[in-house]
Structures are given as structure tokens and as C-alpha cells.
Ligand binder design. Structure first.
Ligand SMILES: Cc1ncc(COP(=O)(O)O)c(C=O)c1O
Length: 375
């Protein structure tokens, strides 16, 4: 049996039952289950506000657009970001008419605070922090830098559903946090995400902007007793970014299992750690004692990464790479060479298979292959 990097586990009967409720009611769009899922997410994370979206990608764009409008940033103002991420993070900066400034990463593969400090200019307005694989890295230091320097902080929490730092779910100390519930994330739907502002005003603007700038959603109007249900106003040129009730129905079920699933992910990570601890050629991305990571990824570093992948593939083991240094892409090539740590990591990192169907035997088999082929 091939061993894949990711295999999402859906509680099929429960998901179908939740979806059936939507279909029978005749409500599959914005409102209804999206509101239920937002409440469940707030309860699970302890975050005060949450708005359900069609993806994390649109959420990052929305986040920057809202901060830009609220704080009166100019087009071309700078946002410090990481080159080691999925391109969504950096495209969002360009979508908002801002300039990405790449900062280097540390041994956690997250933004290095010392490098961030060196990238700050009079035009810097914000920092986007990516919690790589669910880790917090040196996030608390980044929070402090942003507060000291008056910069906004966006947390790209695509990997962080269920990550706790010092016992508290992440997201509350950012100016906005954006989660992903894409098909292979810890809380898989098909495509969806959640934008979480700490303040009611940010949340309210996100709701309007994600629904074309309309100031009352269709579901709220449908259940309203008012005679003027059709009477809404349009306050902004918004986007069609909101989530729908079918995705929320799946999300509601998957959320019930997130804690259990993340515990199993952490167990798998411990098995890998124990099996690989004594290999001189395999370096593990370090783990934090005060961070209960969602463990979206288990990443190692090896010198012969590309050959190792081919050797594993010959044994039907299919790991992944998260990510290629974005400055190697043509789109971001003007920053090429500016982040040597990210560049070096990009050639060495490997994400090992990690999902609910993986057994202890699978972990043992993958680890033995790694030890055999790593150089
Ligand atoms: C770090 C990071 N940011 C953003 C995204 C985008 O998430 P979504 O697919 O929900 O738009 C992803 C997902 O692949 C990601 O891994």
C-alpha cells in the first residue's frame, strides 16, 4: 500500500447527515450553518470573533485590505513576510496593492525576529507570520516587535487549527488571524477558512466586504420579521469571499474530531522523533515545550533531499516539501538571494507522511527508509 503525505479523514455519515439537513431545509449558502460553525469555532478557540470564508487565501487578502483601509496605508506600503510559505500568503500582499518585503527564517522555519527588525523601514505597515506546520516559532517575539514598532500583525494560521501556546489557542494576540480548512488541513472541508479579528468593528467590516459590501446577509433578512427584508444598503465595493453552509456542515462535524485527530498527529510525530533521533544525517525541525502544535506537518532536513524523495517513491512512500523559497519563483525573483536561511532550508526540507490512517508500523517503515537513504 502506498504511503501518502496527506489523506484527509472525513466522518462520512455524520458529514452527510449535516449536509442533508441543509439540503432538506433548502439552505446551502451564506448564513444558517455558517453561523453555527462560526459559533462552534469561537467556542473551541476562545477567540471573540470569527467569520467563515471560502478559503484562507481570500481571508489573507481581506485582512490586508481591511487594515489598509482602516489605517489609511498607501499603495506600495510594505508588509514583511516569509519566503517559506504557500504563495497565498505573498499573493495576498500584492492583491491588496502592498509590497512584500521578505525576511529570513530561523530553525523553526518561521520568521526570524532579528531579520524582521532589519527589514523595517519608514514604509513598513505590517508583518505576516506563518505558523509553519502548526509551530509558533518565535511568534511571541514578533508580537512584541509589532507592538513596539506600531506595526500590524497578521497571523497566517493556515496550519494552526488547534495550536495552543502556553495553553491558549493561537490567534488572539494578532490584529487578525486567518485559518484554513482546505481539503488536506487538520480540519478538512473541501475549501474554506475563517478570519478572526479581535474587535467587533473588524469583524463587521469583514462580513460586509466578503459579501460584496452588502450590509445585511440574505439569511438574516430571511429570518427577520421586518417588512423591509429586501431593503439593504451597499457600503463598499466588496468581494464574493464568504463561505457556504455545505462547507460549514462538514466543518461542524470535523471540528468535533479536531482535538482527537491532533492528539494522534502528535503521537505520530513522537514516533518519528524517537525513530529518527539518533540519525546523524537527519535533522529534525525543533519542537517547543510551551507550544502544543497542531502538528500539521512533521518536517526534517536532509542534505540529499531530492534523491531521497526519489528513493522513497521507489518504495511507494510519497512525502512532500513545504515549501520552495518563494523568491525562486519568477513572480518574486527580485528578492532572490535576500534570505539565505530560507534558501538553504528550501533545498533540504522534507515533510513526512502524516495523517489519521498512518499506523505505527507505517512510521517505522518510513523511518527505516529515511535512515537507509539519507546522506
Ligand atoms: C501557509 C499557508 N497559507 C495559506 C494557505 C492557503 O489556504 P487556502 O487553501 O485555504 O486558501 C495555505 C494552504 O495551502 C498555506 O499552507
Amino acid at each position: 500500500m502506498p504511503i501518502q503525505l496527506f489523506v484527509p479523514s472525513f466522518r462520512v455519515d455524520e458529514c452527510l447527515a449535516e449536509i442533508r439537513i441543509c439540503l432538506e431545509k433548502g439552505w446551502t449558502g451564506l448564513g444558517y450553518k455558517t453561523v453555527e460553525f462560526e459559533s462552534a469555532w469561537k467556542q473551541y478557540t476562545g477567540l471573540p470573533h470569527a467569520h467563515f470564508l471560502s478559503s484562507n487565501t481570500v481571508g489573507l487578502h481581506l485582512a490586508l485590505e481591511i487594515l489598509k483601509q482602516r489605517d489609511g496605508w498607501e499603495s506600495g506600503d510594505e508588509v514583511i513576510t516569509t519566503p517559506l510559505t504557500f504563495v497565498s500568503t505573498n499573493h495576498a500582499i500584492l492583491h491588496a496593492g502592498l509590497t512584500p518585503v521578505f525576511s529570513d527564517v530561523d530553525e523553526y522555519l518561521c520568521l526570524d525576529p532579528a531579520s524582521v527588525l532589519r527589514r523595517i523601514t519608514p514604509r513598513t505597515r505590517a508583518v505576516i507570520f506563518v505558523g509553519m506546520g502548526g509551530n509558533v516559532g518565535r511568534y511571541p517575539e514578533i508580537v512584541r516587535i509589532c507592538r513596539d514598532k506600531g506595526l500590524k500583525l497578521v497571523l497566517d494560521a493556515a496550519h494552526m487549527a488547534g495550536t495552543r501556546h502556553q495553553g491558549v489557542h493561537v490567534g488572539g494576540d494578532a490584529d487578525v488571524a486567518v485559518f484554513s480548512f482546505q481539503a488536506v488541513k487538520n480540519l478538512p472541508t473541501a475549501d474554506s477558512g475563517m478570519i478572526c479579528f479581535p474587535d467587533a468593528a473588524g469583524d463587521a467590516i469583514a462580513r460586509k466586504l466578503s459579501w460584496l459590501g452588502i450590509n445585511k446577509d440574505t439569511y438574516a433578512r430571511t429570518i427577520s420579521q421586518e417588512a423591509y427584508k429586501w431593503m439593504y444598503d451597499v457600503e463598499y465595493v466588496g468581494y464574493k469571499y464568504h463561505g457556504n453552509s455545505i462547507m460549514a456542515a462538514i466543518g461542524l462535524v470535523q471540528l468535533r474530531y479536531l482535538e482527537q485527530d491532533n492528539n494522534y498527529r502528535r503521537q505520530i510525530a513522537e514516533w518519528y522523533r524517537a525513530a529518527l533521533a539518533n540519525s546523524a544525517r537527519i535533522r529534525l525541525v525543533p519542537k517547543h515545550d510551551d507550544c502544543q502544535s497542531s502538528t500539521h506537518l512533521f518536517q526534517i532536513r536532509v542534505a540529499n533531499r531530492d534523491q531521497l524523495i526519489l528513493a522513497l517513491n521507489r518504495h511507494e512512500v510519497y512525502p512532500g516539501v513545504h515549501y520552495r523559497d518563494n523568491t525562486e519563483y519568477r513572480m518574486y525573483a527580485s528578492a532572490h538571494g535576500s534570505c539565505p536561511n530560507a534558501h538553504a532550508a528550501s533545498a533540504e526540507i522534507l515533510s513526512l507522511p502524516l495523517h489519521m490512517r498512518l499506523t505505527r508500523q507505517d512510521v517505522k517503515a518510513v523511518s527505516e527508509l529515511l535512515i537507509r537513504y539519507a546522506e
